[in-house]
Design a protein around this ligand. Structure first.
Ligand code: 5AD
Ligand code: SF4
Length: 470
């Protein structure tokens, strides 16, 4: 059945310390954040996270639909979980399976037709209703689907005050905005995540204060279109991301602020100036361009040209000379010619990226590009992807190489895989490995870089300089 209305019933799940939940997460950082919030929502009911689905009373798959055969991957995972559910049942243990996120949103009822052992299907906008949905299943024994775009804001319902008051990781995510109104012709996000909406400033500042009190030093603000942020401020006016960044920078123990993912159309002057004014705003920006060909950018409905992008990069570099750029690219978009692809390579050479993600175009059902003429053959996409990735990889190595022999501030975040090693993050988001003891975790220290590894840097604490450059 489809649960259309928000029910007001009290949950039938009473708090019990023995309950267990296992969440599996695919996709972007927003899904990682959502998965943590789903655990928060279940925590007051006594559900504690466990590491394997075999141990879990509730298994949640938080899915991603952006590329590839997303639905097929989910169905194959569900096949495995069905066996676990049956094995647990044979031992008298109940298991509920919930599919959340963008595949749930896109597949809806089809999911229950193909996998009738699934108990709950919920979209990215409705996970705050998880307790009610569990109650519903417990009462009726029947599966529920809740993929409406609710009128209430899920942000208002999340128990953010459950953020632990002790020992949070030095890095944290904080969702400030969701959804997208841009409708790039290849993308499912506007359909699965819905219209753009921004959290109020006060809620964000409160959550940031709590995270910092609990130990976070580097906060990444998240949103599908994060720089389109326009939340209501305490003064009643709509605040931009730039205004929010200035307010966050006033939190004394918050050392680093980042935001992702941005759209070139929303890269306004005030935000560029914030990069000039705020040392805490990290000099690393993920700014997807997708293609370097104006013809393809137009077909993609991106609303900007290659030159618009280059102009933004130039202004950013003038404002903050050490800023590094990262991007996303799609090769083999319908109608992409060799000439279009060459234009992408040319743009890559002009910008020089510190990091980039590149994908073969993957038709998403229901999006305009999936129906477009001129679908590019798979072998052509493969060849173009290889060529582009080689250039981007060389650029990444060149970017990382320039740090060898220099001392840079590193926020030490966790133990490394090797004994005695700890890992941190540079301002440019590079992982940095050093030898050192656990007490350094949570501190920002100067590290002398001695080598570049394939995707990270190696270094030693710079004992000569204990204070960081201001
Ligand atoms: N095919 C390939 N890549 C896609 N992306 C989004 N939709 C598609 C698609 N249909 C990529 C874009 C976006 C990133 C998150 O995923 O590059 O920026
Ligand atoms: Fe998708 Fe374009 Fe919106 Fe990004 S801006 S989420 S690519 S529609």
């Amino acid at each position: 059945m489809i649960l259309q209305q928000k029910t007001q019933q009290k949950t039938a799940f009473s708090p019990s310390p023995k309950r267990s939940v296992h969440v599996m997460t695919w996709g972007c950082q927003m899904n990682v954040y959502d998965s943590a919030r789903m655990q928060d929502v279940l925590q007051p009911l006594g559900f504690a996270p466990v590491n394997t689905p075999e141990e879990a009373e509730i298994i949640i798959l938080n899915t991603c639909h952006i590329r590839d055969k997303a639905a097929e991957k989910v169905f194959s995972e569900l096949g495995r979980l069905r066996l676990i559910k049956e094995a647990r049942k044979a031992h008298g243990q109940q298991t509920l399976i919930a599919v959340a996120g963008c595949v749930a949103q896109a597949e809806g009822e089809e999911l229950l037709t193909r996998a009738p052992y699934v108990d709950i299907v919920l979209g990215p906008q409705t996970y705050h209703r998880l307790p009610e949905l569990l109650t519903h299943v417990a009462r009726t024994g029947k599966p529920v689907i809740d993929i409406d775009f609710p009128t209430e804001q899920k942000f208002d319902f999340l128990p953010h005050n459950k953020t632990p008051q002790t020992s949070h990781s030095p890095t944290a995510f904080l969702t400030i905005q969701e959804g997208c109104d841009k409708f790039c012709s290849f993308c499912v996000v506007p359909y699965t995540r819905g219209a753009e909406c921004s959290r109020p400033v006060s809620a964000i500042l409160e959550e940031a204060h709590r995270l910092v009190e609990a130990g976070a030093r580097d906060i990444s603000l998240l949103g599908q279109n994060v720089n389109a942020y326009h939340g209501t401020g305490p003064d009643g006016n709509l605040w931009s991301l730039a205004q929010l960044a200035y307010a966050l920078a006033d939190i004394p123990d918050l050392l680093r602020i980042r935001y992702t993912t941005s759209h070139p159309r929303d890269m306004h002057n005030a935000l560029i100036m914030a990069h000039r004014d705020l040392p805490k705003l990290m000099p690393f920006l993920h700014l997807p361009i997708q293609s370097g060909s104006d013809r393809i950018l137009r077909a993609m409905n991106r609303g900007h040209t290659a030159n618009d992008y280059l102009a933004i990069v130039q202004r950013l570099r003038e404002a903050r000379p050490d800023i590094a750029l990262s991007s996303d690219f799609i090769v083999g978009y319908p109608g992409e010619t060799e000439q279009d692809f060459e234009a992408t390579l040319h743009l890559v050479q002009q910008v020089g990226f510190a990091l980039a993600y590149s994908f073969k175009y993957s038709p998403r059902p229901g999006t305009p590009a999936a129906e477009a003429d001129g679908q590019v053959p798979e072998d052509v996409k493969n060849t173009r992807l290889q060529i582009l990735q080689k250039i981007l990889h060389d650029q990444q190595n060149a970017f990382n190489d320039q740090f060898v022999g220099r001392s840079i501030p590193v926020l030490l975040t966790s133990r490394g895989r090797k004994q005695g090693q700890i890992v941190g993050r540079s301002p440019w988001l590079q992982p940095v490995h050093i030898n050192g003891s656990d007490h350094l975790i949570g501190q920002e220290r100067l590290v002398h870089i001695t080598a570049r590894l394939s995707h990270s840097l190696l270094g030693n604490l710079d004992e000569n300089k204990t204070s960081l450059p201001q």
